[in-house]
Design a protein around this ligand. Structure first.
Ligand code: MG
Length: 248
């Protein structure tokens, strides 16, 4: 069942979202070659707490960190550790927060120093796919309209979208119904209604979209070793324009 939120609940989610968005901006500005990914994790926890929220990923199904840091062929759920970022890497930072009982979830992919034109285009395409998905999120549209918008945007630029991981409803729980695939048919799926809160998260690959999970049981990588990028916003369906709750 898709849970419809009241205006008051959306207002609380807006605060959770602002905090996630703000902290991601800070982390983005700190990413540089030579740093360990766990430094970003420490920074994420400190900044989220400073703003009065809690990071939501730590302990979620046993996830060991506050932030997901996924590099190059890693798509999502990378665990920050001693790994050092190199010039030319692309790194996805995925952060969830809880504020007064409500969740937010957001991600960005950023280049480390100077990156290849191919990597830059992948990042721009993934961000564009998210923007296009959000633009389809109107009341009385269907969920499949969002999925199809994301898929068409990415595929029309020559990329593939991950099929095995999806966006999701969000609220008091990080993962609520519905699942939001990054592929689908326009006009299919549930009707969108004011008060729905959705985490849209295109994961876009240069090569094939098939994935595998590495030995740490968390990090999802492309099966073919190709680059992948990931962007995510938590949004609310309103009477008119969708509201991006994790925008800064
Ligand atoms: Mg998510």
């Amino acid at each position: 069942m898709i849970i419809i939120k009241s205006d008051q609940e959306i207002a609380t989610m807006r605060q959770a979202g602002r905090i996630a968005g703000t902290v991601l901006e800070i982390l983005k500005s700190q990413v540089r070659a030579g740093m360990k990914t766990k430094e970003l994790d420490v920074m994420a926890a400190k900044e989220v707490e400073k703003l009065g929220a809690k990071p939501s990923f730590k302990g979620y199904r046993g996830f060991p960190a506050n932030l997901c840091v996924s590099i190059n062929d890693e798509i999502v759920h990378g665990i920050p550790d001693e790994r050092v970022l190199d010039e030319g890497d692309i790194v996805s930072l995925d952060l969830g927060t809880i504020f007064v009982g409500f969740q937010s979830d957001a991600a960005v992919t950023v280049g480390v120093g100077k990156i290849s034109p191919q990597a830059k285009r992948l990042i721009e395409t993934t961000e564009g796919a998210l923007r296009t998905g959000i633009a389809a999120a109107y009341p009385e549209a269907r969920l499949g309209d969002i999925s199809a918008a994301i898929q068409n945007y990415a595929e029309s630029r020559g990329y593939s979208v991950v099929h095995e991981y999806t966006g999701h409803g969000i609220g008091r729980k990080m993962h609520e119904e519905p699942q939001i695939p990054n592929f689908g048919l326009p006009g299919s799926g549930p009707l969108l209604k004011k008060g729905m809160a959705l985490a849209l998260e295109p994961m876009v690959c240069v090569g094939d979209w098939h994935t595998r999970v590495i030995d740490n049981h968390w990090t999802v990588v492309t099966a073919d070793g190709g680059l992948s990028a990931h962007f995510e916003h938590t949004i609310a369906i309103t009477d008119a324009e969708p509201e991006v709750l994790t925008a800064v």
